[in-house]
Every structure is written in C-alpha cells, then in structure tokens.
Design a binder for this molecule. Structure first.
Ligand SMILES: [Zn+2]
Length: 203
C-alpha cells in the first residue's frame, strides 16, 4: 500500500495508491449510513520478504469502518507483517488482491527502503509494481483467468469510487493491472528484476 512503513499515514489522495491507505486515515468525511455488507475473511497467501523472513498477517479493526485496507510494515518487534483492517467489508476476491499487493511491498523490499515522497513518481511506481505482482500471483498460483481479473478490477473500481478517486486514477490503475496480467514470465522473475535493479537481489 501506500504506507509501506509508517503505521500512521497522512491523509492524501493518490493517483494509483490504494483505496486502502485512504481508508486507514479516516480522512474521508462521508459516512455510509446503511449497514454495510460483510463477508467471510479469506485465508491469506504465503508471503516471504526479500530477506527470506516470513511475513505474518494481522487482523485489525482500525481505520475507517466499512472500508477494507491493508498495510505492509514491520511491527514493534521488527517483524514483517501485513495488517488487514476491516477485511470483512470487502468481497473475498478483493481481500485476496489486497493481501498479495501488500505482500509485494515486502517481496520487493519497499518496506525496508526509505519511503519515497507520497504521490511522487517513485511512490506511484511502487504501487504499480505491487499491483502487478499481485495479479501475476493470482494468475500463476491461483489460475485466475480474464473473467476473474475482471472481478478483481470491478471490485477495485467500486472501492476506489466509494472513496472518491477520479476516473482517471481508477482507469489507469486498472489498465496497469490488465497489462501486467498479459506479461510473460512468472511473478518471481518480475520480483527478481525489481530486486536486481535495486541492488537487493540475494546471490
Ligand atoms: Zn501499496
């Protein structure tokens, strides 16, 4: 997500950045007065960071009620975690995408790197890369086809629209995901290329 490191993210809209961090900020004033629909929480996918540490998933009810959010960070003891906030608010297919997106911030080493300026090109690139890895994993490990990718992007569109992202942000994010889905090569290859570029690839 956007807030790969910091526990508290400042509230700001991002071009590509997740709905997710917006939700954690509680910055959006509009409140849904209807009782939100709730879903079962899916089991998380395996996740290991670029240093070979196992990443654990932690359930949380922090953040904006009714808005599912994820955050990749290290906890107070320095262990890598993905915090899953209000996951019951998101359809299972979207929960799975958030988990893999957040895991990708650990896989690429984002979590241990200095946080780039919010909404700057480097930050947006990190978000695009995480989206890309997430969809490649769903394709290669979970057998997602075009139809299922369509369900992911529809859910993403609904979440981003709920928060008030402009159409251009939503459609550019979705087209990145669709392009990544067509990529040749495995998620591992893609992650390794990123790590190599960053000088983080373990021999
Ligand atoms: Zn992210």
């Amino acid at each position: 997500m956007i807030c790969a490191k910091a526990l508290r993210c400042t509230a700001r809209r991002t071009m590509i950045g997740l709905a997710i961090s917006m939700a954690l900020t509680g910055a959006v004033a509009a409140q849904d007065t209807q009782t939100p629909e709730t879903y079962g929480i899916v089991p998380p996918p395996v996740c290991t960071n670029n240093k070979g540490e196992v990443v654990h998933y932690v359930e949380s009810s922090r953040g904006r009620p009714g808005m599912a959010a994820g955050m990749a960070r290290r906890d107070e003891r320095g262990k890598p975690v993905v915090v899953r906030s209000n996951y019951q608010s998101a359809p299972p297919i979207f929960q799975g995408f958030i988990d893999r997106h957040e895991c990708a911030h650990h896989q690429t080493g984002d979590v241990d790197r200095p946080h780039p300026p919010r909404n700057g090109p480097e930050h947006l690139m990190n978000e695009s890369v995480s989206d890309c890895i997430a969809i490649l994993r769903l394709r290669d490990e979970d057998g997602y086809d075009d139809a299922k990718v369509g369900l992911v992007t529809a859910a993403l569109r609904a979440e981003m629209a709920k928060i008030g992202f402009p159409e251009i942000s939503i459609s550019s994010r979705i087209s990145n995901i669709e392009n990544c889905f067509q990529k040749l090569g495995s998620p591992r290859d893609f992650i390794n290329r990123i790590l190599q570029r960053r000088g983080l690839l373990q021999p």
